[in-house]
Design a protein around this ligand. Sequence first.
Ligand SMILES: Nc1ncnc2c1ncn2[C@@H]1O[C@H](COP(=O)(O)OP(=O)(O)O)[C@@H](O)[C@H]1O
Ligand SMILES: O=C(O)[C@H](O)[C@@H](O)[C@H](O)[C@H](O)COP(=O)(O)O
Length: 221
Amino acid sequence: MHRYTLRSSVQVPLPKPDTLSLDLDAALARRTSIPKPVAKPTETLRHIWVVTGPAGCGKSSVASFLAQALELPYIEGDDYHPPENVKKMSDGIPLNDEDRWGWLDTLRQKASEELESGAMGCVVTCSALKRRYRDFIRQVGQAEVGIVVRFVYLRADVELLIQRVKARKNHFMKDDMVRSQFVALEEPDSTEPDVVSVDVSGTLAEVQQDALREVETRMFE
Ligand SMILES: Nc1ncnc2c1ncn2[C@@H]1O[C@H](COP(=O)(O)OP(=O)(O)O)[C@@H](O)[C@H]1O
Ligand SMILES: O=C(O)[C@H](O)[C@@H](O)[C@H](O)[C@H](O)COP(=O)(O)O
């Protein structure tokens, strides 16, 4: 488990009145034995980790793992689509920009709310297929000091994701939608340095560990 805290939680027990000593040496020794918290400037940063990529790339499977490992709240993007979007996707019709803006806005609001209510960060799933969608989510970090938005892009080829979505049960998004996701996709490149890219062709356990390693590396940058 990994925790990152805003302030040092070092607890120094106060001596009870009857054990107070007037011996100066002992008092000094006691003082110098108190560990001083080491303040890292980045400890005040709180991250919104947005796990992105086309349908079937493993957003939910990886993000829920990250949230658990990092002890952060988890926001499942698919839970916040309005019914019209779910109906459209269930009918095999890809969403367009207009369908997505309200949903993206809801997700970034939910993420901000988690931080406002005291969370040290949160993990969100959102396909965020296009650069402008990612830029829209980035605005949360630009609006407030101490909040950092970072993206984990789960990278795979289309055929692999068709297979994975085909095998997935009980989801409104079916495999016939995967190609349209790749048509819409604008893969992040080096012009988006806040994106970490993780190859998802390995087993789920491998991908989860790779993603966690990448996130941990950047947590205190
Ligand atoms: N690395 C992986 N290897 C094998 N199966 C995977 C892997 N990642 C995810 N899956 C499976 O693929 C399906 C899609 O994963 P999911 O997490 O729902 O993706 P997304 O949320 O991006 O649509 C699920 O059935 C999941 O169990
Ligand atoms: O689990 C999935 O299959 C995907 O997450 C899927 O539900 C969809 O990608 C998005 O929720 C929104 O749709 P767009 O990707 O078209 O924006």
